[in-house]
Design a protein around this ligand. Structure first.
Ligand code: SF4
Length: 69
């Protein structure tokens, strides 16, 4: 599973980071720092929760089959 993030649309409210600092690192200005993350085994639920937590809906979950969910 991967996470893909539309960084340009991030507004920096850190809702994703509050779910998982490891999956959703922020830069010094409080905006999401990464555009694509390989989700480590066992962190899939956190990844999905983080994506749901983003009010801007800029976080997309990509499953192994490549289909956006
Ligand atoms: S929750 Fe969304 S808008 Fe907020 S910091 Fe994370 S990616 Fe950016």
């Amino acid at each position: 599973m991967k996470i893909r993030i539309n960084k340009a649309a991030c507004v920096g409210n850190a809702r994703c980071w509050a779910v998982s600092e490891a999956l959703f690192p922020l830069d010094d200005d409080g905006y999401i720092e990464v555009e694509e993350v390989d989700v480590p085994a066992g962190m899939e639920a956190l990844a999905r929760r983080g994506a749901r937590a983003c009010p801007e809906r800029v976080i997309e979950i990509i499953d192994e089959d490549g289909d956006p969910k």
